[in-house]
Design a protein around this ligand. Sequence first.
Ligand code: 5GP
Length: 179
Amino acid sequence: MDIEKKVWEILLSEEDIRRRTKELGQQLSEEYANKKLVVVSLLKGSFIFTADLVRQLSIPVKIEFMTTSSYGHGEESSGIINIINDIKKDLTGYDVLVVDDITDSGLTMKFVMEHLSKKNAASVKCCVLLDKPERRKVDIVPDYLGFTIPDKFVVGYGLNYGDYYRNVPYVFVVTDKDR
Ligand code: 5GP
């Protein structure tokens, strides 16, 4: 796809995202108070959301990063999830919160949560900024969610288009000009 022949349409503004992230931070701070919280951020897509979310937490938190295989330049998941970089931390006794940019088929999140559950964590939950429930291939519902969105390919705020545009501070939809 050639981005020059596309229309950008803002789906979520910086202010929308800021407001919701603040609410999630407050909710998580209450629910994880007096727990040993470890946030596991899935790279690359969630690096911006994670950075903003953890700064809204008023409780102690450890932060780890994990890289799984992603869509690359395409728009469809291969259905096969690979761990490219696992976390090295011993999770025994920790309450793990996996943070991702978007849940689409759900394959990535289900795989990662099952993988981390085998590391002796006290609990494993997830928080995603965006959810496209219409595209689900496995049974998973985000424990904490920013926004439910329609079945459209979204870009910005960490989400890439051909590995570009992750730095755009809002979320936008790319569509064909003649649509
Ligand atoms: P899932 O395993 O749930 O199908 O997909 C998870 C990953 O696919 C996300 O972390 C994200 O990297 C990528 N992805 C899914 N939907 C979109 C989308 O609409 N836009 C972009 N840029 N990436 C997406």
